[in-house]
Design a protein around this ligand. Structure first.
Ligand SMILES: C[S@@+](CC[C@H](N)C(=O)[O-])C[C@H]1O[C@@H](n2cnc3c(N)ncnc32)[C@H](O)[C@@H]1O
Length: 214
């Protein structure tokens, strides 16, 4: 299970953080400007806003943090944002979404079961052949991270889960773990990159673009 208090973190300390995973819009090939795109765990609407700037008119951000959504609405008054009352449940019917983006969200969901539940819900709302674009943080090799993975494994039982120190519990992943979440999808593209964490540290990350089966 996800440690208690994680949603509370995103409604308090997390509200003032900055997020950085870059969007490669060339990864949304052939999608018309009217495609229905959901930015899952949108935070303050950074990626939702970028999608709109690139001409996608039917974008919607969803997030469980009222504080981050208030920030999103202030920053992007013309965009649609919906509060997730019961994540990962999405208030959408089956199969109506053309693409879902999940940027730096799995890192906030430490437990395997919770990550799998999220993927099942995204699969439910995506149409057949819909696109799933995941960006998340990889396991790091430096001593500071190795040390906190060791302490986190003792506490949470999963390698890569750790206490950040400000109340957040985060997870870093192997590429195999991230790819393994995409059962029933065809992997279309993959790239490794360096991003900055919300606390300003450079980390290796992985982006995956996958297409749902029929
Ligand atoms: C690191 S931020 C990334 C925000 C945004 N995707 C971006 O890249 O700018 C993580 C976001 O995931 C949200 N989040 C945390 N736990 C979640 C959960 N269980 N379900 C959905 N969203 C969650 C947080 O509220 C926060 O907005």
């Amino acid at each position: 299970m996800t440690p208690d208090g994680q949603l509370a973190y995103w409604s308090s300390t997390g509200v003032a953080k900055s997020f950085t995973h870059p969007l490669d819009v060339a990864w949304l090939p052939g999608l018309p400007g009217t495609a229905r795109i959901v930015d899952y765990g949108c935070g303050y609407g950074r990626v939702t806003g970028l999608l709109r700037e690139h001409g996608f008119t039917a974008v919607e951000g969803v997030d469980p943090s009222p504080g981050l959504l208030a920030r999103a609405r202030r920053t992007h008054p013309g965009l649609a944002f919906t509060l997730l009352a019961d994540p990962p449940h999405l208030p959408f019917p089956d199969g109506g979404v053309d693409a879902v983006l999940v940027f730096a969200v799995l890192t906030c969901i430490p437990a395997d079961d919770d990550q799998r539940r999220l993927l099942a819900e995204l699969t439910r709302v995506l149409r057949p052949r819909g696109l799933l674009y995941v960006s998340d943080v990889l396991l790091q090799t430096d001593a500071r991270n190795q040390d906190r993975y060791r302490r986190g494994a003792e506490r949470y039982g999963t390698h890569g889960v750790f206490d950040v120190g400000d109340g957040a519990v985060c997870r870093h992943h192997s590429p195999e773990h991230l790819r393994g979440l995409l059962t029933g999808y065809e992997l279309v593209a993959e790239r490794e990159l360096t991003v900055e964490t919300m606390n300003g540290n450079p980390v290796g990350a992985l982006q995956l673009l996958a297409r749902k089966g029929r």
